[in-house]
Design a protein. Structure first.
Length: 365
């Protein structure tokens, strides 16, 4: 496809640089009715661009160079959205720090669907992995899009679980779409591009920096209707996503954790300070999405010939349906001795129906 020197090609040109939303808007406003490369090259932009930055931009203000850049994007199935496009997500359009450009690869319709951001530590405990998998799986099954950042830990767990249950997921990157970070997640990113959506505000070949990840967190919060934090320390970068979500008026959900675990400091703290709603199961979140949770995976398992539960096992499962429980609670309310309870839990665990967590906690998978 060949671009001419017009408004569209000028927007493509601007997307090659890391200017802020405000600066891009000021450049366009300064050009008046003639928004073109030719007019740009004749203008000075005093008070908007330094001479050094302007000279660098003018060096690249060549229509052939811009066409090569644009066609390379098309060859990589990358779609460039600007605030002037109808497909630009409404959730971001009015934010004070909205991205001027979005580079997208995948299903653009997901940008305006009901969505839940899932964020947390890059080094989750077994508890964190279990609760992330369980809640994300149940939320994704109900058609809510899962948004995260493709990072190690909670991010990648959330993306993978969503894909596993046939859900839709958006990965917001802290680098360009041709510079997947971390590199170990390239195959995951490819799967998301095919079944969901990859999004970045950075030009395709832009490498990640230490500043780009906190910046992308505002997009994660902005694209979502709520933010779930499953496990994170006080020093976690997750706090940036939480703060953006608060600024944007989004619902924040937090899974309580072990009070002695550093990786539960943030989740417990924001519950204590009333910044987040305590959640232990998907239905705690889905009610805010006007979704009544359908038949659970475990209920379906009970109907399957492969998962015929005994009376004792059914009693345990029923006690766990509204959230994780301590062993003492299960022993008291199931009518089973500790020995019998442990035997039944072992069988349920072997069959993948429950997980035993630190602190004598039991949870449905």
């Amino acid at each position: 496809m060949k671009l001419e020197d017009d408004f569209k090609s000028f927007l493509v040109f601007l997307s090659m640089f890391d200017n802020t939303y405000l600066k891009n808007q000021q450049i366009i406003d300064s050009l008046g009715e003639d928004v073109s490369l030719k007019h740009f090259c004749k203008s000075k932009f005093d008070g908007i661009l330094t001479k050094e930055n302007l000279d660098k931009m003018k060096e690249r203000a060549d229509i052939n160079r811009i066409n090569n850049y644009y066609n390379n994007m098309l060859d990589s199935d990358i779609v460039l959205l600007t605030k002037f496009d109808k497909d630009y997500p409404e959730k971001l359009r009015d934010l004070p720090d909205a991205p001027f450009f979005l580079f997208c690869r995948g299903d653009l319709s997901l940008l305006n669907e009901k969505a839940l951001a899932v964020v947390g530590t890059r080094k989750p405990t077994n508890y964190g992995r279990v609760v992330t998998n369980r809640i994300v799986g149940d939320v994704a099954r109900e058609g809510v899009v899962i948004v995260s950042g493709l990072a190690y830990g909670v991010d990648s767990i959330a993306h993978r679980k969503c894909l596993e249950v046939g859900g839709k997921t958006i990965a917001v990157l802290g680098a360009g779409l041709n510079e997947i970070y971390p590199a170990e997640h390239i195959s995951l990113a490819e799967e998301i591009a095919k079944k969901g959506l990859l999004v970045s505000e950075y030009s395709p070949n832009k490498k990640a920096t230490k500043y780009s990840f906190p910046q992308r967190n505002r997009i994660i919060a902005g694209l979502s209707d709520g933010v779930l934090i499953t496990e994170a320390s006080i020093k976690s970068g997750t706090i940036h996503t939480k703060d953006y979500a608060l600024d944007y008026g989004k619902n924040i959900y937090s899974v309580p954790g072990n009070i002695d675990s550093p990786l539960s400091e943030l989740t417990n703290d924001i519950i204590k300070s009333s910044q987040a709603q305590l959640v232990t199961k998907a239905s705690d979140i889905l009610v805010d999405y006007n979704i009544v949770k359908g038949e659970s995976g475990i209920k379906k398992a009970e109907k399957s010939s492969n998962y015929q539960l005994s009376i004792e096992e059914s009693a345990i499962v029923n006690l766990l349906k509204d959230g994780m429980k301590e062993m003492d609670f299960l022993a008291k309310n199931s009518g089973l001795s500790i020995s019998d309870l442990n035997s039944n839990l072992t069988m349920l665990e072997i069959r993948g129906i429950i997980s035993r967590l630190p602190g004598s906690i039991v949870s449905l998978n």
